[in-house]
Design a binder for this molecule. Structure first.
Ligand SMILES: *Cc1c(COP(=O)(O)O)cnc(C)c1O
Length: 399
């Protein structure tokens, strides 16, 4: 018999909160950063290219450019993809706001395509019906770490001669049909925010197989400036540089890249641990009819950035908010990923979106709950989450 819920004054399953995600920094990581502090380079030294090389090699992509955040990386990729005033760009409504925002920064218009109700990723069939002659790029998202339908999306894009910017902020280390995510789209974008697979504090990266894109990305990262003699319109001497595009200061520092290199060594063990925890959850929750566990397609290997369940509201006496609040009271740091972007006031006021536009995304959102999942969780933490979910669900179960 489960105890009284903490939200009703009972004893919580845990004394302290377990967050939904957390970085794992060890003494190797700290050492790597302090080593750089003793060198001549605090920013833009050798660690930047070294980090880019480590990531591009692992992902089998030809080129990589580090950025100050995943959002900056998306902005640079969208710029390089040719997004500008008058461009439409298609993305998923179930993502972080950065995917739409990077289009708005460039004067473009955001078009959403509804998700697939099983994978929660953008549905290629819906992309086809959203696409018009004004569509200048696609930004699919590898939601929760599960790669999107890259073959179908790449085919649609090449049929229309438009580039694909894969938002892989969740899927560093994931695989699609036996290949690592990173070299499978025109642009692949990673984030190194602390909740992501590995961290540099803030940070991001764009991978590409095209030299022309690589050079544009480099320029965009540094104010649109080039010193490359092959690219200069004229050359007045060794001091000379030209600003040829309107870029930004989106550089990632040597300190951060040193942290990234050190963190990257642990990526595979991190992903392995994430997958082991996800499996434990799957085993525990597959018996609960009130919960739908994540569905992983046969031909992918998810990086399990987050573990999202769907509540079967028909089988419960309450809505998602009550379950959320009850789990928080048990000290389980549940979250919701994401509020559909077309619900955001800015998008509704400026782009005319409204509730009802994307039924699968909206149905998903009403039921979604993210449970804690990060490599540093102990077995005890995992057991606490399972116990708390079982306790709360059985209390609100509809008989
Ligand atoms: C984290 C994230 C981003 C943005 O990355 P930042 O490094 O925080 O700027 C973009 N898209 C998705 C899906 C993300 O989860």
């Amino acid at each position: 018999m489960p105890g009284k819920l903490a939200i009703h004054g009972g004893t919580p399953v845990r004394k302290t909160i377990v967050p939904y995600g957390h970085q794992w920094i060890d003494s190797d990581d700290s050492q790597a950063v302090t080593d750089v502090l003793k060198t001549d380079w605090i920013t833009q030294g050798p660690k930047v290219e070294e980090f880019e090389h480590v990531v591009s090699k692992y992902c089998h992509a030809k080129y990589a450019v580090a950025f100050s955040s995943g959002t900056a990386a998306l902005h640079a990729a969208a710029f390089t993809a040719g997004v500008s005033y008058g461009s439409d760009v298609i993305t998923s409504p179930i993502t972080f706001v950065a995917d739409g925002n990077c289009v708005l920064y460039l004067g473009g218009t955001v078009k959403f395509s509804d998700i697939n109700p099983d994978t929660y990723n953008i549905d290629p069939g819906n992309i086809k019906t959203t696409l018009t002659s004004k569509t200048k790029a696609l930004i699919p998202v590898d939601f929760a770490g599960q790669p999107c339908d890259l073959d179908e999306i790449n085919t649609i894009a090449s049929d229309h001669r438009i580039p694909v910017i894969e938002d892989a902020a969740h899927s560093l280390g994931a695989e699609y049909k036996g290949k690592k995510i990173g070299g499978l789209a025109d642009f692949t974008v990673f984030s190194f925010h602390p909740v992501k697979a590995i961290t540099t504090g803030e940070g991001g990266m764009v991978l590409t197989n095209y030299e022309e894109f690589y050079e544009q990305l480099l320029m965009f990262r540094t104010h649109g400036i080039t010193k490359d003699p092959r690219k200069l319109k004229r050359n007045e001497g060794a001091w000379y540089y030209e600003m040829q595009e309107l870029g930004f200061n989106y550089r990632l520092t040597d300190l951060q890249c040193a942290l990234g290199i050190s963190q990257f060594k642990k990526l595979d063990t991190f992903i392995k641990r994430r997958r082991a925890i996800a499996l434990q959850y799957n085993n525990a929750f597959s018996e609960l009819q009130e919960i739908t566990i994540p569905y992983e397609k046969k031909d992918v290997r998810s990086a399990y950035h987050i573990y999202v369940i769907q509540l079967q509201l028909e089988r419960l006496t309450c809505g998602r908010k009550t379950i959320f609040d009850a789990l928080r009271a048990e000290n389980i740091g549940v979250q919701v990923h994401y509020i559909p972007v077309h619900y955001q006031p800015y998008y509704q006021q400026n782009l005319g979106y409204k509730k009802g536009n994307f039924p699968f995304a909206e149905r998903y959102y009403e039921r979604a709950l993210t449970l804690p999942l990060f490599p540093r969780m102990t077995d005890g933490d995992v057991e606490d989450v399972i116990e708390a979910v079982q306790k709360v669900i059985s209390y609100y179960r509809r008989d």
